[in-house]
Each structure stands twice: as C-alpha cells, then as structure tokens.
Write a protein that binds this ligand. Structure first.
Ligand code: RB5
Length: 170
C-alpha cells in the first residue's frame, strides 16, 4: 500500500517511528513532512498535504500525527473525499475502517504511546470496510461534499421525490 504520512513538530517522533514500521512491513511510505521535532510548524500544512495526496490518488491511505491528532485531523477532513479518523487504540482503529471506511488515520504524538500506536496503525491498514448499513451514511457525507445539501432533507439513493425529514435510525 502507498501511504502518505505527515506531522507537525509535536507528532514528528511518532510519525517517524510509525513510518519506519510501515516501510519495514512492505508499504511504500511517502513522507510529506515535517522534518524535525525542533522547529515549530503549523499542523494544517501537513494534514492538508496528506489529505490532498489521498484524495488525488497519489497515495492509497494517509497517516497524520500532531500533538493530539485533533488539529491535523480537522485539517485533513476539509479535503473532499477524505475521511480522517482520530484513533487511540486498536478498537477505534478497527471501527474507523469497518464503519467509516476511513482513509486517513490520525494519532496524537503526545497522547498515544508507540506500542499502542503501532498496534492501532497495523489494525487500521489491515481492516476492511464492512459496507452494508454504513454505506448510506458515507453517501450522505459525499452528497454534502458535492452539493452542500442537508442529508436530513433528502433521501440518498432514493427517487428524489421524497423530501421528508428522515427519522433517527440506529
Ligand atoms: C502543537 O503545540 C499542538 O497544538 C498540535 O500539535 C496539535 O495538538 C493540535 O491539535
């Protein structure tokens, strides 16, 4: 798998260790920066770079790390087609793939230790999307990206005649 990786200074050490781990496992890793833990940089630059690589097809998936994983994930999710998920462990990594078909994994370098982060990333890059009932929800996000229409006002995949507000579903 071709994986674009990026971090700010706070995520540099964890990103570098995970990049090395992924490369040793046979993945093609493309490091989009930053290049040092010692120079303060802005996480949106690197989150957007990773997200654009994934959305543009230059990478299959992405890995983003900042101090918490929050800021860089917010930035990555601004790019249409990107589903960036903040994960803390194997459980959240697995669910991000199985339910959300997440294509960018985000971690906090100041939050998650290397061993747990490595297990989470391995899980993320080996777990399949389940589809089924989850697909309609992803379609609602895609629809919003393309038309800025509220999914509650329309029926994704329907006839287009049904504009009744949807009821909550499980
Ligand atoms: C940098 O100090 C820190 O704010 C950043 O890495 C990240 O945690 C933001 O969400």
């Amino acid at each position: 798998m071709r994986i674009a990786v990026g971090s700010d200074h706070a995520g540099f050490d964890l990103k570098s260790a995970l990049a090395e781990h992924l490369a040793a496992g046979g993945h093609e890793v493309v490091d989009l920066g930053t290049d040092s833990p010692d120079v303060s940089v802005d996480y949106p630059v690197f989150g957007l770079a990773v997200a654009r690589a994934v959305a543009g097809g230059q990478a299959d998936r992405g890995l983003c790390v900042c101090g918490t994983g929050i800021g860089i994930g917010i930035a990555a999710n601004k790019v249409d087609g990107v589903r960036a998920a903040l994960v803390h462990d194997v459980t959240t990594a697995s669910l991000a793939r199985r339910h959300n078909d997440a294509n960018v994994v985000c971690l906090g370098g100041r939050i998650t230790g290397l061993a747990e982060a490595t297990d989470a990333v391995d899980t993320f890059f080996t777990t399949a999307y389940e589809g089924g009932r989850h697909q309609k929800r992803l379609d609602e996000i895609s629809q919003y990206e393309s038309s800025r229409t509220d999914p509650a006002e329309t029926t994704v995949g329907g006839t287009g005649d049904d504009h009744e507000r949807q009821q909550p579903s499980s």
